[in-house]
Design a protein around this ligand. Structure first.
Ligand SMILES: NC(=O)c1ccc[n+]([C@@H]2O[C@H](COP(=O)([O-])OP(=O)(O)OC[C@H]3O[C@@H](n4cnc5c(N)ncnc54)[C@H](O)[C@@H]3O)[C@@H](O)[C@H]2O)c1
Length: 308
């Protein structure tokens, strides 16, 4: 196993990009952390701030600002960009970013065509935009962060409802990172034993939790950053294990468990009961249709230099 990864890149210096970068510096994952954003000023500012963190912690990670196209030398690149738009949706909220974010993802993926490292896409709607990045760039190791966060929230919620330690709970949320998420209750265990899952209470919490975090502090950032940081460790071969990632499945891309051994990914679907299998098929149908619209979004000039 690799002790420390040579270089990791982060594109986007907003809430998620900042928190991911801070987690990488604090954890000492890599030798160099290269950050890029819409403007060089944003990237330079984050690199300076991370430099302060590095000095305070004595971290080995050396941060530097760069441009997205220069990230080829990195072992892994995290994509946490967001176009400037106002999301007016009250349901299926993540889909609200499809038309605005697709041209940005397409443009960045074109700058990294054939990139051989791992790409972790965070930008929503993540299942569609991960697929878009993979198809535009032709890269083979492209995964989306989303179902891993849903699964962490599921295990936390179930542990609270059943009054057991979270580490005792094993279970997945797969499918779409959004309204069509599938809670794999039938294969969920506590200390290795099947348990009755209070599904409605779980679904209610999964639905309101992101909105509650957003309402309280503007954006969700620590949860996604934690999932990105742990996935970087798996994908870069620092440790073996599994997490739920958006990856090719059947005729679309959606969240499924992926097991990494020395950085090599192996997707594997958990056993599903009939209702869960139907829900997964519905998610797949929804994402296939939604992707057609995203793929048709033409490349537009990048947004101006004002704003986030
Ligand atoms: N998948 C998940 O689990 C999950 C969780 C939280 C957030 N998200 C998504 O992650 C994305 C980022 O969220 P955020 O809160 O950090 O957004 P944010 O608005 O705080 O930051 C977005 C960043 O992207 C940068 N950016 C915009 N256009 C760019 C371009 N062309 N090139 C480079 N950088 C560019 C902006 O300058 C800004 O630094 C959003 O789409 C959000 O919905 C996903």
């Amino acid at each position: 196993m690799t002790a420390r990864v040579p270089a990791v890149g982060v594109i986007g210096t907003g809430a998620v990009g900042q928190t991911v970068s801070g987690a990488v510096v604090a954890s000492g994952l890599c030798d160099r952390l290269l950050v890029a954003s819409r403007t060089v000023e944003q990237a330079a500012a984050l690199a300076d701030d991370l430099g302060d963190m590095r000095a305070a912690l004595g971290s080995p990670v050396r941060p530097a600002a760069t441009e997205a196209g220069e990230l080829r030398e990195c072992d892994a690149v995290v994509v946490a960009v967001r176009a400037r738009f106002t999301n007016t949706r009250t349901s299926d909220v993540r889909m609200g970013g499809a038309q605005a974010n697709a041209p940005v993802i397409r443009s960045l993926a074109e700058q990294l065509v054939g990139y051989p490292g791992t790409v972790l896409v965070v930008t929503n709607p993540v299942d569609l935009l991960t697929r878009l990045w993979a198809e535009v760039s032709g890269s083979q190791r492209v995964f989306g962060i989303g179902s891993g966060l849903d699964s962490v929230r599921y295990r936390l919620t179930l542990a609270r409802l059943l009054d057991v330690p979270v580490g005792a709970v094993a279970g997945h949320v797969i499918g779409e990172h959004g309204e069509a998420a599938v809670v794999c209750a039938s294969s969920t265990t506590v200390n290795g034993h099947p348990v009755p899952v209070p599904l409605q209470q779980v679904r209610d919490e999964l639905k309101v939790r992101p909105g509650r975090i957003n309402a309280g502090m503007g954006r969700t950032r620590c949860g996604p950053a934690g999932v990105v940081a742990s996935t970087l460790r798996l994908a870069c071969g620092v440790e073996d294990g599994a997490t739920e990632l958006s990856a090719p499945y059947g005729k679309t891309w959606l969240g499924i468990p992926v097991h990494f051994t020395e950085g090599q990914p192996l997707p594997s679907l958990p056993p599903l009961d009939a209702a869960e299998a139907r829900q997964l098929e519905a998610a797949s149908t929804k994402l296939r249709a939604a992707y057609l619209a995203v793929r048709g979004v033409p490349l537009q000039p990048l947004p101006g230099r004002n704003g986030p």
